[in-house]
Design a protein around this ligand. Sequence first.
Ligand code: GLU
Length: 506
Amino acid sequence: MRIAPSPTGPFHIGTARTALFNLLFARSRGGTYIVRVEDTDTARSTKEFEADILAGLEWLGLAADEGVIAGGERGASGPYRQSERGARYAAVADQLRAKGLTYPCFCTPGDLEADRKRREAAKLPPRYSGRCAAIAPEEAARRVASGEPAALRFRVKPGIVVIDDLVRGRVEIDSETLGGDLVILRADGSPLYHFTVVVDDVDMGITHVIRGEDHLSNTPKHILLFEALGAPLPRFAHLPLILNSDRTKMSKRKSQTALADYRAEGFLAEALVNFLALLGWSTGSEDEVLSMRELEERFALAHVQKAGAVFDRTRLEWLNGQWIRRLGNDELLERLRPFYERAAAAGALQRTATDEEIAVLIPLIRERIPLLSSAIDLTDFFFAGDLRHDAATLVPKRWDVDTAKQAFAAARPVIADAIGEGERPLLDAEDPLEARLRALAEASGWKAGDLFMALRVAVTGKTATPPLFDSMRILGRGRTLANLDAAAALLRAMPQGQGRHTEPSE
Ligand code: GLU
């Protein structure tokens, strides 16, 4: 089992899914999970992309049993980077040459381009003309010896290639459709993808090739190369494509595909693993929230679907919320801290939160944040200086400015009396402040929800916050009243009847 990423772009969510399925399958069979870096495309491969992929694999818990890991390699079948395996590819190409299964191709890029245009004009799919296939071996050898540049082509055997796919069942592809004889070495001796994949899969003893369905059309080429090398065929399993919600193919251009972007948003590795496992595989039960260990115990290729798997962001956020709730307080603190630090560095918070401050907030927010980053939106007012109120949200819909003014004036002494400085939240305990404010609302003929919403906006500047009365306790008496007074001052400056937009909550 192997994952063979090409470091030609940021770590893609689809590659992460393929890696996960390979790892789960390896675990279910007691097999080895190998990470091989396919960096033969030197123009597009970079060390930065490789580092991003390796960091992403490690973060998800998908680092190699064998192969490339951050900072090195482990295992006896290396090197595991294709850029370091050139000698091996040259040697295997020699074997194929000796068997007469290849021939040198002297077609220039210009010749090939002209062929391509001709076929395009005739509305034919691209295919090598076969021009050099029939050159007599002696003549070909003479031209090569004279220094004429030549690529090496592998002769594609005519006939039907059968793929006995573990997901898709029997798939038959006519080798006629494969585009003609295949270049395996360029004129400069550099190997091409289809060839390196097969050489490596043979050398690394790969028994199962599990990869995306986009590779299905490559597989017949690989099968012909395995056969040519006299190597046993691995079993193939092609995973369903990952689709956007409109069932179009998920692509770098249209969709958020970089794993790092999900991580930066505050998705947990646990949730992403859980979600990716369910992208094309199902437990066959109602269970949805599964840890890596549970996935390892339950995964079976037999339950991988053929149909495309829709990437449902709502489900991912739901799973993330579930996983956030499962983290212990200390663990959640560790995961939240970098989000506070980054928000402060980016100026979204005036200062970062201390561990003690985050710890106090955790019980109030853990059930309310779908993403780790949501914690910042929900709690930024604790770390702000003077609030800037939005007049439009300060006065509940059913109220006018005068009512709000009266309410703030009436609520102020109640709040001042009920909370002090440096108080801890009461959490789920009955809150005497709430009871007193409810009584005030009732006596004044206001809906408690309207009063609470007006106070929420006045004290926090926002309509969505952690529980209001605990938020006041954490802010403390001084800041709570200062915010309330600032809101009241804003109301005094407003003409009657303005700012009627807030829906009550609670
Ligand atoms: N390097 C290929 C890719 O990034 C994967 C090849 C394979 O899995 O066989 O798509």
